[in-house]
Design a protein around this ligand. Sequence first.
Ligand SMILES: C[S@@+](CC[C@H](N)C(=O)[O-])C[C@H]1O[C@@H](n2cnc3c(N)ncnc32)[C@H](O)[C@@H]1O
Length: 409
Amino acid sequence: MNNTPTPHELRAGLVKQLRDQNAIRTDRIADVIGSVPREVFAPEASPADAYDPNRAVVTKRDPHGLAISSVSAANIQAVMLEQGDPRPGETVLEIGSGGMNAAYLAELVAPGGTVTTLDIDPEVTDRARRLLADTGYAGVHVVTADAEYGAPDRAPYDLIEVTVGAPDIPPAWLDQLAPGGRIVVPLRLRGLMRSFLLVREGDHLVSHGYELCGFVPMQGAGEQREHLVLLHETPNEEVGLRLDDGDQVDIEALRGALASPRQEAWSGVTVGGEEPTHDLDLWLATAFDGHARLTATVAARDAGIVASASPLGVATLVVGGTFAYRTVRAVDDSRTRFELGAYGHGPAASAAASKLVDEIRTWDRKHRRGPGARIEIHPAATPDSRLPAGRVVDKTHSRISISWPGQQP
Ligand SMILES: C[S@@+](CC[C@H](N)C(=O)[O-])C[C@H]1O[C@@H](n2cnc3c(N)ncnc32)[C@H](O)[C@@H]1O
């Protein structure tokens, strides 16, 4: 007897898993993900991998092995479709083309809607065009272009869905968006990426929620990579700081700091082992002037150089030649609850660790059960007086204000 599941069974299984993960929230998205043949849009993968809800199928890497094109994991495709909520008759632009997500969009805007998908890479657009034609979605317009300039020919768009990590919002996206139109975009902000739903209000965009995500980086005119500075390096052991938004640090002083004994501070705030702390990370990223992410290899952690081995990095406060990073310690023998704290290194290690812990307590008191951050994205020339209160992150094209409304008493 052949136990290999049919594509139909794989699709039904995927929809169930995505509902269980709360990635699918509405029947419309369930119906579409339950009907488009993923296995045809990801011929590079086995059917089981194509229908793995959490697995992206990498279709292209750069000479260093970094993934630069993929068919995104079904989980994040579903989440972003829920965020953007494409409606019948709408005009949609997808930035970053794999074919699969464009097919989902085409189903959702039918009847009467149009989908344009653009990619900077002609190999990617050739592949997408072929797969879309093979599966009956030849009506999707496939354009080879740099996202920095959008796709003016079919503008204005009701929805722009960006499926590549964006360091900024280019002016073309706002110009090509209809009044009240939406952008769903994986935006990198202070080293963290979140998929924001942004709604156009006149000359600016206002967030209406965000979700955790990870995406390949933007190429072309808008490319702005994070940079990594190494504080410690042997063949196996590596400790570094990831910096974003052009931030600079005193590398020599911080190398010396890492070599000095650490100081610790504990918050009294505990979290369950499975409890997400993404919003705490976003809070810490916006709370400090000097924010970085400490990354380390497992060997560096095992050698006791730092207490964390996160490849994406943990929230770190940098003040001159001192830094302090977020850590946890188990509060019970079964290791199900953890207290949040900080380790500091450098001349002001205790003060930096205490400051980080103070912000953990503020998050716990005021924001832990709140609605999260709200961002507004204004053109780069906007004066301070026109920005809402809160931290402002200046990018090349935009000024992004981040505030935390709905504070708990
Ligand atoms: C994650 S893939 C897109 C996935 C796709 N939407 C799907 O169906 O799952 C991201 C794509 O963005 C493209 N990309 C990167 N920088 C770009 C730019 N400046 N303009 C247009 N496309 C870009 C890459 O070539 C890559 O194919």
